[in-house]
Design a protein around this ligand. Sequence first.
Ligand code: ADP
Ligand code: MG
Length: 415
Amino acid sequence: SSAADAPVSGAAEATHDAAAKLFVAMTGRLPGGFWSAPGRVNLIGEHTDYNEGFVLPFAIAQRTVAAVDVRADRMIRVASAFSEEAVEVALDDLATIFPTPVGEHPAVPEWAAYPLGVAWAVMQLAQRAHEHGVRVAPDEFVGVDIAIASDVPVGAGLSSSAAIEGAVALALSDVWNLELRGAELASIGRMAENEAVGAPTGIMDQMASTLGEPDAAVFLDCRTLAAELVPLGLTDAELSIVVIDTRVKHAHSTGGYGERRAACERGAAIMGVPALRDLTVADLERAQALMDDVTFRRVRHVVTENQRVLDTVRVLRSEGVRGIGALLTASHASMRDDFEISVPELDTAVESALAVGALGARMTGGGFGGAAIALVEDHAVGAVSDAVRAAFAAAGFTEPHIFTVTASAGAHRDR
Ligand code: ADP
Ligand code: MG
């Protein structure tokens, strides 16, 4: 697969070439530097982030590259392979475009709201920091040209959005001499996604994309933002993570995500806690007595999922990755039955992978489409892929994209 051929750190050569070509076409000049950030796979911990709980994602080898150079004026111009047209805005006008009013579309094409939203968020934070006497004032920032290319599949649950945010945030931090680090970059990405794009997401994706390390998962406490790297040891265990992209596109605009968030808030309110993070499995009996069945099942998913993340970290650190299969599969059942965010394609992916010997499998990402992952013996990757393809064909589903992923480095300057 292309993932296996990609370097452990740094984006694929073809992605750099694409970004460079786009930059030259836009500006007539060569870029001054290349920054990149990865997509991510969430190993376990779904819909726990906005409940202030635990997640365990890892950065993948597929990356988004930003080719960047400064300009002599105070304009920001962005181009992407996604669009024929570059979008150009004065830095000082970003604050008139963003934040995007709740429920409205951004005032720029949606793809451009990611990089421009990042620039806006960086300027907002820099302004606040400057008022507290540190760092450069945003009215000293020079203009920039940014060309973006990526090999992260879009809308597949691998967070191409965090990848573009991470690459642009780090590039701007460097060219504007802000020295922003992991969690700060992640917060900027989230701010852009929430307030400029208008997608109500947690911070998991951005933390994975900025903090990831080769062969490690990022164990993140979404309340404190404390992050620890947990070695995965997939290579030594001769195991692979197979991604099955169902090609069913999830959409933030559909009501499912908002309904789940609302149910979680309702459940926490009924239980009298700030967030579902504050409940444990021992509280579930009381919860069941206090709330309607749907709300209870939403709560039960989050509470048991938090426990599964903690258990997964413990097992990774004691027996190793070979021991986590059952936790992955239990996570899928909880999302299918309690949180009700799976779709038939995801269930088929999980069931057909398990039927031919995957150690564990689950849907990953926000649900309603996107991808599943399976933990598979290296030698069985081909057999599992064939079995999943056959099951999709038998069910009349669109042929899935199947590939392996490796835990890789977070955002950095490539050259
Ligand atoms: P996911 O993060 O799961 O891939 P999202 O809907 O969160 O899906 O983000 C996908 C959106 O992010 C795209 O529709 C596009 O607007 C933006 N995006 C992602 N990668 C790029 C890119 N390389 N160039 C321009 N926009 C991108
Ligand atoms: Mg996303």
